[in-house]
Design a protein around this ligand. Structure first.
Ligand code: NAP
Length: 564
């Protein structure tokens, strides 16, 4: 569990103080899990038959019910996560916009990808049958909310919205870090389900330890797919559980990512300071608690650059771009100074803060690694792992001056040769930390990329002079990630039709899918073909008359017309 508490009752913990937040929420037992899945299976038969416009009504009603929670949602969520009212209000906006985006998608209806190949009875040597295909719901989906997005990737977040939009009942395993927020949003969703006259089994929230309640749900034969956002360990455990079932099911897990950011030589020489300042903001945004946080900076030294000795680089910072000589050193120096200036921040929970501090300490003591800022992360009070959750920071032995889950930004650098030989340094440090790897050329960058595996994103900072010589590197990088960003920063994921938020393993369990944007619905639908189906038995979408007016592929051509 992410919080240390009685497994019969789940309480939120204020990450600023360590105080327990009432009320507690009873953890589900095995009988409750069985009952919830049975309800979802029963509701599925009714819900799968609803039309796109019916599901759009539900999604819009959910959005309205969440908005109607008003300030109570902000207050409860802030107490549980310390994310702050401004960020939480903005995340609430993203959450309801996602719900409305999926409402628009299923109301329009073409997402079902209907394809019609009409019969050719006199084809030789064999007649061609009439075949019609469309995407259909899969059945009850279990969603594991993420700690770092208590609204947009939680109870009514993108996984739940896309699964409901596709016609599947949803059971959410609430994250133990924000049970009160989960309960509030869960009530809003259930109110919307009732308001739309749908069976209650269409949606449920359940509390309890992942290792007990979450595992039981994933193993339950009535469950047909899983959506997950969180740690690599958690995601992988659920993938293995699902694969070991008698009937395996897909787990769409979005897991850790270090999001390499590649700074090319012309850019580092001519605008390295500006890049460093923007990068510091991205690394420290939200106390670094984003899956798109840039955790690895591959900085290519300009030709002729006098690379400063690693230990000569201080956090004092150079104010101006130095040109070619010492460009990478100046970049690192400015990055360190700007990160340090961001100051400490409160993480989502004690466990995440402790893991962050442990990882910072391991990086700091690793062979060949230079620490530019972040020494305080190792001795900050928030990093003392001995303090029990819920005790209250002021009462607990071991609490330091910085508070219960408070951490500091950390910046390290290392040579490419050391990096490729240190598996530790390729691990995600979830929080406001990053590692600069000093690369001589594109070959060094490629060597580094080869040891880190799949990622959600990769970012290039480069000028025209750079890209002329590094085009091949772009072709290499695009094979390792779901999204390539140019002269920007990976934090901040636009929710739209063209977004890919996923990537080759271990960034996600399926590199063929995205968990953000309208494409996320495709995780929770499967193709069904109807061969020589009597017309009255066809669903609406592939019928000759095209009653939904959707775009279809008819005998190889896109069309909205009825079949003649
Ligand atoms: P997590 O530990 O993976 O937990 C996410 C959800 O999965 C929780 O509901 C958890 O339940 C459940 N779970 C975890 N392991 C499980 C298992 N073996 N069997 C069944 N259920 C399981 O993620 P987190 O609590 O959000 O954060 C922990 C760490 O994950 C962070 O320190 C960070 O390294 C990483 N993280 C990464 C991202 C990302 O987007 N890349 C986001 C958030 C966190 P319980 O808590 O009840 O066990």
């Amino acid at each position: 569990m992410s919080t240390n508490q009685n497994t019969d009752t789940i309480y939120g913990i204020n990450p600023k103080t360590g105080d327990r937040l009432d009320p507690g929420f009873p953890a589900a037992d095995a009988a409750r899990v069985d009952a919830l899945v049975a309800d979802a299976v029963a509701a599925y038969q009714r819900y799968r038959a609803t039309s796109g416009p019916d599901r759009a009504d539900l999604l819009r009603e959910i959005a309205m019910q969440i908005e109607a929670l008003g300030d109570e949602l902000i207050t409860v969520c802030d107490a549980e996560t310390a994310l702050g009212p401004v960020r939480i209000a903005s995340e609430r906006g993203r959450t309801v916009n996602q719900l409305r985006m999926f409402a628009d998608l299923v109301e329009e209806g073409s997402w079902v990808d209907a394809r019609i190949d009409t019969a050719i009875p006199d084809r030789k040597p064999l007649p061609k049958p009439d075949i019609r295909r469309m995407l259909a719901p899969v059945g009850p989906v279990v969603v594991f909310g993420a700690s770092n997005f208590p609204l947009a990737f939680s109870v009514a977040g993108g996984d739940s919205a896309s699964a409901l939009a596709a016609g599947n009942p949803v059971i959410v395993k609430a994250h133990g870090s924000h049970p009160g927020t989960s309960a509030l949003v869960g009530r809003a969703v259930s109110a919307a389900v009732a308001q739309c006259g749908l069976p209650a089994g269409v949606f449920a929230v359940v509390h309890g330890p992942g290792s007990v309640v979450g595992s039981a749900l994933v193993k339950h034969p009535g469950v047909r797919a899983v959506g997950f956002t969180g740690s690599r360990g958690g995601g992988r455990a659920l993938m293995d559980l699902a694969a070991a079932r008698k009937a395996p099911i897909p787990v769409y897990a979005e897991m850790g990512s270090i999001n390499p950011l590649i700074v090319l030589p012309h850019a580092v020489a001519h605008r390295g300071v500006a890049i460093a300042e923007g990068l510091a903001g991205s690394v420290c945004l939200g106390v670094g608690q984003f899956c798109t946080n840039p955790g690895l900076i591959l900085a290519v030294e300009p030709a002729g650059s006098e690379a400063a000795p690693a230990d000569s680089v201080s956090s004092g910072g150079a104010a101006a771009n130095p040109g070619t000589a010492g460009a990478t050193a100046a970049f690192v120096s400015r990055l360190a100074a700007t990160m340090e200036a961001q100051g400490p921040g409160v993480m989502l929970n004690r466990s995440i803060a402790s893991t962050y501090c442990e990882m910072v300490a391991r990086f700091a003591s690793a062979h060949g690694v230079v620490t530019h800022t972040g020494a305080r992360s190792q001795d900050a009070g928030g990093c003392a792992p001995s303090q029990p959750d819920g005790a209250g920071a002021t009462q607990a032995a071991g609490a330091g001056p910085d508070g219960y889950a408070t951490v500091h930004p950390a910046l390290f650098s290392v040579s490419a040769d050391v990096f490729v030989q240190s598996p530790l340094l390729a691990q995600e440090v979830f929080g406001p930390a990053t590692l600069v790897v000093r690369c001589a050329d594109a070959t060094d960058v490629t060597r580094c990329l080869a040891v880190i595996g799949g990622n959600l994103t990769a970012t290039f900072h480069g000028d025209d002079e750079d890209f002329a010589g590094y085009a091949d590197l772009v072709r290499v990088v695009e094979q390792t990630v779901g999204r390539v960003i140019f002269n920007g920063f990976p934090t901040g994921v636009e929710v739209c039709a063209s977004m890919t938020h996923g990537g080759p393993y271990p960034a996600s369990a399926s590199e063929f899918h995205t968990s953000v944007g309208t494409g996320a619905i495709l995780r929770f639908a499967r193709p069904v073909s109807y061969q020589n189906c009597p017309p009255p038995l066809l669903p609406a979408e592939p019928q000759d008359a095209n009653p939904r007016g959707i775009t279809r592929i008819v005998n190889g051509a896109y069309s909205r017309d009825p079949v003649a």
